[in-house]
Design a protein around this ligand. Structure first.
Ligand code: FEH
Ligand code: ZN
Ligand code: ZN
Length: 351
């Protein structure tokens, strides 16, 4: 089979020929319908050197996957060949307190995990290939009726990650509240939809691109603001001077973090999801009182069940641009150039 592999840190991925994986006891092979291209993959290719993450290339990219059960190993029950499934991508040890609660994105026993802090596409072979080996059937979720693996793939990361970030802030998103979404890309446009579907908050979408702001409007944003100097004033004006209750930064640069903190309401949340590597000085007079600042990594398996339910009921609609596997490098080039609308999804069977 063909697979798009990261052969070394700071290198462009290569399309290579691999043997089709075979499942050992407890494992499952998935025929990939869709594999999302994530901005984080660009950091694996261009920024992170050896030692930044506890993973060792080569491995196949693609940590946002859905498809159909191709083969099951001995002892696997509950999945039929051909069944459509979503792949929960954070593969922990399965035995620690966090993993037992389905919070495998925060596994506390990395030595017991198939790869420390990662999963398919993040240190192990992922879904940018015709077939993908999943090391334990617990990572597979049946797709609800009406969801197709090609369009469902983004739900496993581009929707699950913002869903986790929003869900933890639900108490601050009551009627009268305002949320700001900075960066309307694959994750940001779904963040707008998730806030509108699960809370009473007004949503302000921020991005420098006109087409991204149009996507934000179509996704339900109450106000769209061009990224830049006037953003803080616009948020203050929209909140009678109070500031926003929740700021979700899907960029994570020095500039977006500084503006996010300035636009935030006292007692609010500033949540960093983007991996641009920016920093935010925190000092007594530097940020609003009782502003909680946190980073999040992905989401939990129970939350993915909730995301799939929202999507199956038509409350989430991931806008995708599909590419065949042999165009995956082009997809990443366009992602880096900021010319992808919504989420780029690689379709190994042809986009
Ligand atoms: C991957 C690698 C490192 C940081 C964050 C991520 C996310 O894209 C996982 O969805
Ligand atoms: Zn990702
Ligand atoms: Zn664990």
């Amino acid at each position: 089979m063909k697979a798009l592999r990261l052969m070394a840190w700071r290198s462009d991925p290569e399309l290579v020929e691999l043997e089709e994986p075979q499942p050992a006891p407890g494992q499952v092979v998935v025929r990939i319908g869709g594999a999302g291209a994530c901005h984080s993959d660009l950091h694996l290719m261009h920024d992170f050197g050896a030692g930044v993450l506890p993973w060792v290339p080569p491995f196949t990219l693609g940590h946002e996957n859905a498809g159909w059960v191709r083969a099951v190993g001995a002892g696997v029950a509950g999945f039929a060949i051909g069944q459509p499934v979503a792949v929960y991508g954070a593969w922990g040890c399965g035995a620690c307190v966090r993993c037992r609660a389905g919070i495998e994105n925060y596994c506390e026993n990395p030595a017991g995990a198939p790869v420390a802090g990662g999963g398919g596409g993040l240190g192990m072979d992922g879904g940018m290939a015709e077939f993908m080996l999943v090391p334990d059937a617990r990572h597979l979720l049946p797709l609800p009726e009406g969801l197709d693996p090609v369009t469902a793939a983004p739900l496993t990361d581009a929707a699950l990650t913002p869903y986790h970030a929003i869900r933890r802030s639900w108490p601050k998103l009551a009627p009268g509240s305002t949320a700001v979404v900075i960066g309307i890309g694959g994750l940001g446009h779904l963040a707008v939809q998730i806030i509108k579907a699960t809370t009473a908050a007004r949503v302000v979408a921020v991005d420098p691109r006109a087409d991204a702001l149009e996507l934000a409007e179509r996704s339900g944003a109450d106000l769209v603001v061009r990224a830049g100097d006037g953003m803080v004033e616009a948020v203050r004006a929209a909140t009678d001077g109070r500031g926003a209750d929740v700021i979700l930064d899907f960029v994570g640069s020095d500039a977006t973090l500084a503006q996010g903190a300035e636009a935030a309401r006292r007692m609010g949340d500033l949540t960093i999801i983007g991996v641009a590597g920016g920093t935010l000085p925190v000092a007594f007079f530097g940020v609003p009182q009782e502003l909680s600042v946190q980073t999040v990594f992905w989401g939990t398996r129970p939350e993915l069940v909730e995301v799939l339910d929202l999507a199956a009921r038509g409350l989430l609609d991931a806008v995708t641009t599909t590419f065949p596997l042999d165009q995956a490098v082009e997809a990443y080039r366009r992602l880096a150039a900021g010319t992808i609308t919504g989420r780029a999804v690689i379709v190994p069977a042809g986009g």
